[in-house]
Design a protein around this ligand. Structure first.
Ligand code: TLP
Length: 343
């Protein structure tokens, strides 16, 4: 199967399995797992933050940040296409009593600065208290687009001026750093907290990391415990994460090149159009033209018969994601299969 549903489907490489087998472990709830401790240290240093916390998933990382920064009845400002808003089962509201204040995501993944300013509540007993602004980089639903350091800094200034916490869903922050050709730390400098995922394009089987200052991470450790996310001999999976950080970062650019090649091959096919003619990172979004007599589900079913798995965001919007396990020779196979399905 050529699996383009997501970069979450990556399997551990043989080298990674070796590393897992040899991992030194201990009880991480006692702070005694050397592999977890090393992963947390290396992650913090890579992002230029004081401390880090290994966490089972991206969703739990974002939720732990919300619960650590915000109290019940408060509000977070985020985009209407944010993963936290759309795809995390309403956790901030359901488990934290924290209300999302949604403003439109622009096509380039940004939020307009004036929209952010308008969304910040003034002090009035009628209002919830605004506590946090959250961005997403790369922005999944906006086509995998990267936010620049300059843009993030301008939002950070607003957060600081208004005493708000500033969080990044950086599930794919290393894709952004690779696409923009900058250090990851440069993209996250103004943020109070950053979550990134090891289990997406980097190819680790499980895990995400939440980074921030020492005091925030100490409190987030308690939040993680409350959420049931404190793990014991987690070094087995942390070792895979360390291996991913040490060896797979340079491969992300290859995923981006393959996404561009895929997009080029699909560009002229009848009945579909690309969200981005040059996909910015590892995601190719395809819109189905209104007169195309198939839905995304029909196309998915037909491609599956040719051994190709795809995903869709809605019945007129397909998403193809390149990752560690998609090789060069598979790109023309996928293009040919689309040609046959659409003809
Ligand atoms: N995204 C998944 C699905 O949930 C949609 C995917 O296939 O892309 N932030 C962002 C920006 C994400 O894309 C995801 C996963 C998460 C957070 C959550 O990570 P996990 O799946 O580890 O909870």
């Amino acid at each position: 199967m050529i699996d383009l549903r997501s970069d979450t489907v990556t399997l551990p490489t043989p080298e990674m399995r070796e590393v897992i087998a040899r991992a030194e472990v201990g009880d991480d709830v006692y702070g005694e797992d050397p592999s977890v401790n090393l992963l947390e240290e290396e992650s913090a240093s890579l992002l230029g933050k004081e401390a880090a916390l290994f966490i089972p998933s991206g969703t739990m990382g974002n939720l732990a940040a919300v619960l650590t920064h915000c109290e019940r009845g408060s509000e977070i400002i985020l985009g209407d296409k944010a993963h936290i808003f759309l795809n995390e089962a309403g956790g901030a509201a359901a488990l934290g009593g924290v209300q999302p204040h949604i403003i439109p995501n622009q096509r380039d993944g940004t939020l307009k600065l004036e929209d952010i300013l308008e969304a910040i509540r003034f002090d009035d007993i009628h209002h919830p208290r605004t506590r946090m602004i959250a961005l997403e980089n790369t922005h999944n639903m906006c086509g995998g687009v990267s936010l620049t350091a300059e843009y993030t800094r301008s939002v950070g200034e607003i957060a600081r001026e208004h005493g708000l916490k500033f969080h990044l869903d950086g599930a794919r922050i290393f894709n952004a750093a690779s696409a923009l050709d900058v250090e990851p730390s440069a993209l996250v400098e103004p943020l109070d907290s950053v979550m990134f995922c090891l289990s997406k394009g980097l190819g680790a089987p499980v895990g995400s990391v939440l980074c921030g200052d020492g005091e925030f991470i100490m409190r987030a450790r308690r939040t993680r415990k409350m959420l049931g996310g404190a793990m014991r001999q987690a070094g087995l999976i942390a070792a895979a994460g360390l291996h991913a950080l040490r060896h797979h970062l340079p491969l992300l650019g290859e995923d981006h090149r393959r996404a561009r090649e895929l997009a080029r091959g699909l560009a002229d096919l009848p009945g579909i159009s690309l969200m981005d003619p040059e996909p910015p990172t590892n995601m190719v979004y395809l819109k189905l033209e209104p007169d195309l007599p198939f839905s995304a589900e029909d196309i998915k079913r037909k491609l599956k018969r040719s051994g190709i798995l795809i995903g869709y965001e809605n019945l007129r919007l397909i998403r193809l994601v390149t990752h560690l396990w998609i090789r060069d020779q598979e790109i023309p196979v996928v293009i040919q299969a689309f040609k046959e399905v659409l003809s």
